[in-house]
Design a protein around this ligand. Structure first.
Ligand SMILES: Cc1cc2nc3c(=O)[nH]c(=O)nc-3n(C[C@H](O)[C@H](O)[C@H](O)COP(=O)(O)O)c2cc1C
Length: 224
């Protein structure tokens, strides 16, 4: 089993520690795990090169490619963010912007339909659910059929200040999600909503509403 974990912030705080708990529960001896921090990726400049021409020509490709390749080769993808002002971190959103070409409306990777993901978020009070939902929405549009969400209100600004009772609660939640993930990661398939959207996107490509690059990709894959 291959796992990729993406950290939406650079420091080892509550979110990073929550993800480490999850990784400890998921990874066995034979598994391969890659971890990345997304912080050094510059903002998308809106040049449309990835969508219209070729993702390899994105000016930030040297930084995004190793992460994207690891994601595409993984069975399980974990993406985490602390809640910043009721949402994911700007750094993580910047990474997601570089994945626009992989949305179902453009050139989705077929293998995404076999992957399971986990969206992790911590917050001091409220908003972890909002942030993990934002991650789940991105992953839905990449074509991933199952995204579990691990949200925690830690009532602290630092991991060291998180009370043992809350840490125990995090462990319990992580255990539940790790168990479900291990059980289901080879069995997932797209639900009705995702299948419907995929079909609609195919119709769009067929009618010439997509870019020529996207339409060629859909034809190449025999989807239209
Ligand atoms: C810029 C910033 C914005 C934040 N916004 C919120 C917020 O809207 N609601 C909230 O309850 N906590 C908020 N917090 C607190 C963090 O979400 C919380 O402490 C989280 O567990 C930090 O995770 P970390 O240790 O991985 O950085 C914010 C913290 C920062 C630094």
């Amino acid at each position: 089993m291959k796992i990729t974990a993406l950290h939406g912030q650079k420091h080892h705080g509550s979110t990073w520690n929550t993800t480490q708990l999850l990784l400890d529960l998921l990874i066995s001896e034979d598994d391969e795990c890659n971890e990345f921090f997304v912080n050094d990726i510059p903002n998308c400049i809106g040049c449309y090169t990835c969508i219209m021409k070729d993702e390899e020509k994105c000016p930030h490709r040297s930084l995004t490619k190793p992460i994207i390749q690891a994601i595409e080769q993984s069975d399980i993808i974990i993406i985490e963010t602390p809640n910043y002002c009721m949402g994911m971190t700007g750094q993580l959103k910047t990474f997601f912007d570089h994945m626009a070409y992989r949305w179902m409306s453009h050139r989705p990777l077929d293998e995404m339909k076999n992957k399971v993901a986990i969206a992790v978020s911590t917050t001091a009070g409220a908003g972890a659910g909002v942030a993990s939902k934002q991650i789940a929405k991105q992953l839905f549009w990449w074509g991933i059929p199952k995204v579990y969400r691990l949200n925690v209100a830690v009532a602290a600004s630092k991991w060291d200040d998180v009370k043992p009772k809350i840490k125990f609660k995090i462990e319990q939640k992580a255990m539940k999600i790790a168990k479900k993930t291990k059980k289901n990661y080879e069995r997932v398939c797209r639900g009705l909503r995702q299948k419907f959207i995929f079909k609609m996107m195919g119709g769009m490509q067929k009618s010439g509403f997509g870019t020529p690059k996207d339409a060629a990709y859909w034809k190449e894959h025999g989807w239209i």
